[in-house]
Structures are given as structure tokens and as C-alpha cells.
Design a protein around this ligand. Sequence first.
Ligand code: X8Z
Ligand code: ZN
Length: 610
Amino acid sequence: MTSFKLSLPALLVASAVAITGCNATSKQQETQSAQQVTVKDAKAFLANTETELMALYNEVSRAEWIYANFITHDTSSLSAAANEKMTAAVVRLANEASKFDKLELDEDSRRKLDKLKLALTLPAPQDPAKTAELSKIVAELGGLYGKGKYCKEDGKCLSLGDMTATMATSRDYDELLDIWTGWREVAKPMRPLYEQQVELTNQGANELGYADTGAMWRSKYDMPADDFAKELDRIWGQVKPLYNSLHCHVRAKLGEKYGEDKVPQDKPIPAHLLGNMWAQTWGNIYDVVAPANADPGYDVTELLAKHNYDELKMVRGAEKFFTSMGFAPLPETFYERSLFTKPQDRDVQCHASAWNLDSKDDLRIKMCIQRTGEEFSVIHHELGHNFYQRAYNTQPIYYQESANDGFHEAIGDTIALSVTPGYLKEIGLLDEVPDESKDIGLLMKMAMDKIAFIPFGLLVDQWRWKVFSGEVTPENYNQAWWELREKYQGVASPVARTEEHFDPGAKYHVPGNTPYTRYFLAHILQFEFHRALCEIAGSKESIHRCSVYNSKEAGERLDAMLKMGSSRPWQEALASVTGKPEMDATAILDYFAPLQKYLDEQNKGRQCGW
Ligand code: X8Z
Ligand code: ZN
């Protein structure tokens, strides 16, 4: 399942199947379509399909919700069955939609047909046995991750939540290494399933007219797939110098802490020392790099504890930010039906997700919340999904999605960028706003999360695209993964890995089949949105101190974009807030400009790079 439920859900929800663009229809069908179908037929098809999809979506999303909340053999089976039904239906409808390929149609109907064809994440072949097999694999992979634990020789088992906490707080090289390798054992049994899944879904993509499933994923961005891939490279090129500076400084500080024998100063950083299981965000080791005279002197985790914030109060706090901007409160059912804490007596998919079960207002999150500043941000992230889902719920089902998938991931993060010291003071969490001389500390903490993430956000799908295209074969799965980790992030495995391991599978989105480029995009977009909303709110503060809390003007402009769903190309949605139709990294670079200067100073005389 994806990490949030889109309203085209059945399509988007399920990780199982995907639909594609130009299909390979039979000659006979083509002739028939060219000769017989009319605009009226196309409109009737779209209307009927909408009804069918709504019913399917409801069914599959409930089965998936139950599976994710109670992982058992039986719920796995029920989820697979629902997924299979939906996948088969969407594949059939996508193929049927091709009969209108040559028909001259109004822009809106054409867009709806295109959305339908591209709706699935993993397209299945039309052979029912293969659709069933694929759906079963999808459920099994999800279950392996959700149930995953690291059990030590003494029989004591650690959950991913336990290990996440240790990765964040321990500074003991060997303890970190033990947990890092321990968690990755979970992924080994995924390997044969993943391999089979790739084969099946590629076949599905082929039948729909795509070279492979990766090519289909790249086709979802209102531009030619190859141009989209080039856009990613261009944007990464804009951010890379700042990332390299941060990497250089962090490596130097880790060298001081652990010794240069453990952290060699001309090599990639050992991946277990960065405060996060996947080295994707580094904010948890901020203490290792905190600038001497510019530390802001507060920590959100401590502030939450001091003010008795439990999980519910954290969620209510995040909701309040949205309502301060004029969004209606979440429905009561959100609080009745969501999961906020990890149940002790059963297996749950703890990776945070946001859902809309009925494409209307049955909104929920499922998250094993920990009482930390990091998780407080994740709650804002999840609620961003929910507010988006509700904003577009009056759109036709084809458009009940974000402008592109990066937008969905960016909204809550945009709001979390407004969780500034000024805002924390306003809501009574912080007594005094640190003065500007401490900004470098604040920016460093933020960069450790946001800048550090960007190459990771890019590489996960670089790996999957190569796997789908066959450039990376099962014999090289793990090696290729580590090559990309080194190339983009400059991190390395702390111990030798083999092809017995399947390290990509230790990251939720790989067994969960959630495309990952969306998070790369979101990290660029959120700074663009933040900068634009701050301007709309009339903020006089520098971009990293601005908060749009209470700004109805900013809320209104954001809401208008959210309401569009995916009814228009994302470029138009982007321009409706930022004034420009291109994605661009200048906002993130502006935000961190003072930090870039500081890093340049710090890195003088250091040998950077890996
Ligand atoms: O998966 C998520 C969200 C749910 S959509 C919690 N994120 C990515 C991750 O955890 O790897 C948010 C940022 C990146
Ligand atoms: Zn998300």
C-alpha cells in the first residue's frame, strides 16, 4: 500500500498493480475503436468507470486498513484478494480506455482517460493467475516488513521503533552497528519475492505499452518521461554543492568523535553513524555538529516532554496549525478511527500513513507515534496528506490526487517549516525566541534533515528504475544499491555486504512499493511553497524565521491549489501558488544561504568529497 490513500485509491492505494498509457490493443480492437467509438461513448465510459472505481476503492481500502492494523495470515489473504480484484478491474478498464486513443476528445475527457491508464503503481499482466500471484507477493512483502523485528541471541526482540530510538540517541559505534545489521536481516527473505514481483509487474507494464514499470512511473508527470528524468538531474545539480559542503563538515565532526580510523576523511561516511536507520536524515546527530556559539539552546523533544505533550496532544497541536490558516477541523471520526500509538499485542504496519477510506471525509492516520520533535514533524506531514485529500474530495475520482505525487508529500512538510522558534513561543512551548546570532544552529539542524535527505530521495528510484529496466539484475541487487548510496549520498556500508542480503528491502517503500521520487520532489517543492506562502502572508522575517501560522491569506491560496487535485497539469498548480510553472531549487538554496557561508568557512583546508 502507499503511505497515503489517494482517492483514486484503489488505483493508488494498492501497491499491487499499475496501469499504463498507450496500450497494446489488438488489431481488431483498434479497427473497431477507430471506426465505431464516439465522444458520447467515451463520456459514458468515464462515468460508468467512475462508479465502478469508487466501489472498488472502498472495498480495497478497508481491506488494506485492516491488514495494516492487524497483520495476520488471514488479513494478508483478504488484502491480497481485494487488491487482486481491484488490479484486475483497473487493468481491464485501462485496456478498454485505449479504444478511445484515436478519438478527438475535449481536453478534460482526454486527461481523465490518461489518468486511468496511469493509475496503478504495479500493473499486473491480464492473465488472472498472474494477477493473483502478484497481489499475493505484494501482501507478503508488506507483511514481512510490518512484522519485522531483530531478535538477538538471548531471545530478546527489538521492534523497528525501538531501534529507531537507539539509532537516534546512541553514540556507541558497536551498538549502532549491531542494530544496523540486525534490522537488515528482515529483508533477506524478501529477495525472491521481489525478484518475482519485478518480473510480473514488468509484464503488466509491457501489456499496457510501456517498456517497463519504471518507464511507466516516469510517465506520470505531465511531461515526456525522459524530460522528467532530466529535470531531476538538473535540480539535484543545483543542490549538490550545498550537500557536498554539509557532507564534508559532518564527516569531519564524526571523525573527531569516533576517530579517523573509523571515519576516514577521504571515504564515504559509515552509514550507521548518522542518527537514522537509513542515513536519510541526520538531524538526530545535530549535537555532534552543533556550532559552538550559535546553538539555539532548545530541543523540541524536551519542550514536548516539559509541557506534557502525549501523542493525542501532538496530533491536536498539528491540526491547530491547519485550522489557524482557515482549514476546517478534522472530523470527529478522524480521532475515533486513527491509530496513534503502537499496540503491544499485535503486529501493525508502523510506518506512518494517512488515509481517506471513502474518498470523502473518512480521514485517518496510522502511526506509532514517538514523543519526539522528529515525530511532531511527521504528524504535520501526515495531516498535510489528510487536508489535501479532503480538499480535493469534490473532484471526479480521476482527479482525486495531488498535482503530482511530490505535492502530496510536500504540504505537511511546508507547514512544518513554519514550526519556528517564534511559533513555538506563540503556542506556549518556548519561553524566549533565540536571537539571530543562533540562526546558524537552527539552520544546521534543519539542513541535517532536509539537505541530507535529498540524495537519498533521489537514489531509491534510481535503483528501482534500473531494476525494472533490467540494467540491474538480481545477481547485482545489493551491489547496485550500495553503488548508488556511495555515488549520491557518500555513505558506505560499515560491513561487507553480499548478494545474500537485500538491503533495499529494509526500507519500507521498497517492499511497500511506494515510489520514492515523490519525496525528492517534495523537498524542493516545500521550500518553494514556504517562500511563496510567507510572501502571501506578508511576513517581514527572513525565510527561515517566517511562520504562516494564523495567516488566512496563505491558507486560502494553499487551499485553492489543494482543491484542484490533479485536474490540471502540476505546472499550473505550482504557478497558482509560486507564480512560476517550473520546479526550482533556489528557494531551498536561499533558505540555507547563511549556512552555506558558514560551511565554506568550516571546510577551509579540509579535503572534501569521497
Ligand atoms: O514515508 C514517509 C512518510 C509517509 S508518506 C512518513 N516519508 C519518507 C520516509 O519516511 O522515508 C516522509 C519523508 C520520507
Ligand atoms: Zn507522506
